[in-house]
Design a binder for this molecule. Structure first.
Ligand code: KDG
Length: 311
């Protein structure tokens, strides 16, 4: 049985190796990126059975995505290679130190072709958790239909439905995102987002009682300040682990992977927060969207403190 199904657009990422503008030339490194596949990798590294689906182009970029996900132990058997659209590309740079900039080349990409047929077959083997993000509905009409249909079907099958708002201003304006994502939030059991992202779907003046109606859990990612979980049984807050920050992109996905992993292990909310903050810390303290995510063996490393040599 699959523990988690997730789907969305995975892109090839080309990241500048050095700090500074690209226009003077730069050494670049090839990898992959994508909020959902980052979560998939985080969960697979912790030993969970994960399926990712989505569309890639019939090109080497598509191959690197599928090879990488397979190498991470993720089931990609239902991913689709489309012949007439390219794999999306994302350029990542640090124009100045500690400031990351992402530029997308994803209009009409293969990833926009995801549709309810594909996600419906991926759901045929019922997962315990369906995890989606607010990026996918921004990609195309068929992608929005796929998300809505999958969330509805997963709920009917008794799966836990997880939504990370992941608002991307480069993809759509806030008012459109808000209007589209609100009904999807209604279909979710757990919602992740920054304070601003949560407001996008609940409105500014929403009270905790209405947000957590029907047992819904809201997990507010607060960056350096850690995170807060809102439930109908109370609020739980945890500070972030203190680690040196080298790259924050992907940290939210790492956090989600840790939280869902602890949930799958049957841990309570405080322990979920603990693991989420730990996986988030691994992400910010290492380079790349997903490369530094911990395995089960490495997870306790943070408890050893910094500036130590483990022998
Ligand atoms: O969450 C990190 C993502 O920003 C990155 O991996 C790419 O999915 C991505 C996106 O659409 O921004």
């Amino acid at each position: 049985m699959i523990d988690v199904l997730t789907f969305g657009e995975t892109l090839v990422s080309i990241t500048a190796s050095d700090i500074g503008p690209l226009m003077v030339g730069a050494r670049m490194q090839l990898s992959i990126a994508g909020a959902e596949s980052n979560v998939a990798i985080g969960l697979a590294r912790l030993g969970h059975r994960v399926r990712w689906t989505g569309c890639v182009g019939n090109d080497e970029f598509g191959e690197i995505i599928l090879r990488t996900l397979r190498a991470e132990g993720i089931d990609t058997t239902l991913a689709r290679t489309v012949p007439d659209a390219p794999t999306a590309l994302m350029i990542k740079q640090q124009p100045i130190g500690q400031l990351s900039k992402v530029t997308y080349f994803r209009t009409n990409s293969a990833g926009t072709r995801i549709d309810p047929d594909l996600t419906g077959s991926a759901l045929a083997e019922h997962p315990k958790i369906l995890h989606v993000t607010g990026i996918t509905p921004a990609l195309s009409e068929s992608a929005l239909e796929a998300v809505t249909a999958a969330m509805t079907a997963a709920t009917a099958n008794g799966a836990h439905v997880s939504l990370d708002v992941n608002y991307r201003s480069a993809l759509w304006p806030a008012d459109k995102a808000s209007k589209t994502l609100r009904p999807l939030a209604e279909l979710s059991d757990t919602i992740f987002g920054s304070t601003g992202e949560i407001e996008l779907i609940t409105g500014k003046d929403a009270d905790v009682a209405s947000m957590t109606a029907n047992g819904r859990v809201i997990v507010v990612k607060e960056g350096d300040d850690g995170a807060t979980v809102l439930t109908d049984g109370g609020q739980f807050k945890r500070g972030a682990f203190e680690v040196p920050t080298v790259d924050t992109v992907g940290a939210g996905d790492a956090f989600v992977a840790g939280y869902l992993s602890a949930q799958l292990d049957g841990l309570d909310i405080k322990e979920r927060l603990e693991r989420a903050c730990a996986t988030g810390a691994f992400s910010v303290a290492t380079h790349g969207d997903w490369e530094g995510l911990p395995t089960r063996r490495n997870l306790p490393l943070l408890n050893r403190g910094l500036n130590v040599t483990i022998r």
